[in-house]
Design a protein around this ligand. Structure first.
Ligand SMILES: [Fe+2]
Length: 375
């Protein structure tokens, strides 16, 4: 195509020629790409002729060839029109085979006779946008295709909006979490490490993707209630008075109060308010016991304590990994949930590795980060 254009304009000087070609290609880049699949050459040519003015057209004469085109060009294709009756593979079979990998491509099925089974298959298996009966006149075809392209654009903008919202959500949470870590100079990076350890445990416990995201959010925000604690108490190096200790304890319900007003963070706010509860009922703020404590809070409790024990503070050095593991193990059934400790002991080596390289390991486990990168 590039050569064709170059030859057709051989009277224009080189610079103008280059500008013209780049401009033309740009125009083609802006056009949507449609794949037409039909074993009847006449039909294929009719569809191509009708649509090529407004769209980039790819063609295939059977399902296998079409699969290869989609494998190579799928991310550039906005819409597929496929004939139903073709040798080796039906239209519905072809469309259903690409449906999972390319859910956003608009799929249309074309057939010369009323085939109810194909229609049902198309709707159920291929997320069919429209069923087109042959013969069809060019004007109707153009309208149908235009509707399909509009639906495609709508899905794209919806996805972009959702991704933007997710990105905004995550970067906001990260910023709050960074601000929190910066406020408490003794526990620098604590929220991120607690999140990382919580994710290591939760992943081992085979939580669903959605739950892993919520646990990540809870980890990053688990100490958000400390925002309201005066720094002279929060950063006091020596022993706290009873009154001061009470103020510090207020960060757990305080965190709940801050987050409970945000739609979508109801569970997270409940979990973070329980991250200092203990399995035997001696924790705070409510003295919850055993399984009354939400599982994510039981996980956060272990992650929080491991980090508090092993990280260095300006006034003391962190404990060695083995000592922390031993102490945590001894608190199974009193401070910590036995089930969580069982998992912890199985994978404690992962905690040691993570502590040595928190940034890298956090990135490996982060779900929220990935969504942004994958965008
Ligand atoms: Fe805390």
């Amino acid at each position: 195509m590039l050569l064709e254009k170059m030859n057709s304009i051989n009277k224009i000087d080189q610079l103008d020629k280059l500008k013209y070609v780049l401009h033309s290609l740009d125009g083609e880049k802006d056009k949507h790409t449609i794949l037409i699949v039909d074993d009847e050459e006449n039909n294929l040519q009719f569809l191509k002729r009708t649509l090529r003015k407004n769209y980039n057209i790819l063609t295939a004469s059977d399902g296998s060839e079409a699969l290869n085109v989609v494998r190579a060009e799928g991310h550039n294709i906005s819409l597929i029109v496929s004939d139903q009756r073709m040798p080796t593979m039906t239209g519905t079979e072809f469309l259903s085979r690409i449906s999972d990998d390319f859910p956003n491509i608009i799929k249309m099925l074309l057939t010369g006779y009323s085939d109810i089974d194909a229609m049902i298959d198309g709707v159920n298996k291929c997320n069919l946008f429209q069923y087109i009966s042959k013969p069809i006149n060019p004007t109707d075809l153009e309208i149908i295709i235009k509707n399909g392209i509009e639906a495609y654009e709508l899905t794209l903008s919806k996805n972009t909006l959702l991704n933007d919202l997710r990105e905004l959500f995550f970067t906001t949470i990260k910023a709050i979490s960074n601000a929190l870590d910066a406020k408490d100079t003794y526990t620098h990076g604590h929220s991120h490490r607690v999140t990382m350890y919580s994710l290591i445990l939760a992943k081992e416990m085979e939580f669903e993707e959605d739950m892993l995201e919520e646990i990540e959010t809870a980890g990053l925000l688990h100490d958000i209630g400390k925002i309201g604690i005066p720094e002279d108490i929060l950063c006091k190096p020596g022993k706290l008075t009873d009154d001061e200790y009470q103020v510090i304890q207020g960060h757990a319900p305080g965190g709940r109060k801050i987050l409970s007003t945000i739609p979508g963070l109801k569970s997270v706010s409940a979990w973070i308010s329980c991250h200092h509860e203990k399995w035997d009922g001696t924790g705070y703020p409510n003295g919850l016991k055993g399984e009354d404590i939400p599982l994510p809070s039981r996980i956060l409790a272990v992650a929080d304590t491991y980090d508090a024990m092993t990280s260095n503070r300006s006034y003391r050095k962190g404990l060695p990994h083995e000592v922390a593991v031993e102490e945590i193990k001894n608190c199974a059934g009193t401070q910590f949930a036995p089930g969580v400790i069982e998992v912890f002991l199985k994978i404690e080596h992962k905690f040691r590795e993570a502590a040595l390289n928190p940034l890298k390991v956090y990135d490996e486990y982060s779900r929220l980060n990935k969504d942004i990168e994958d965008k």
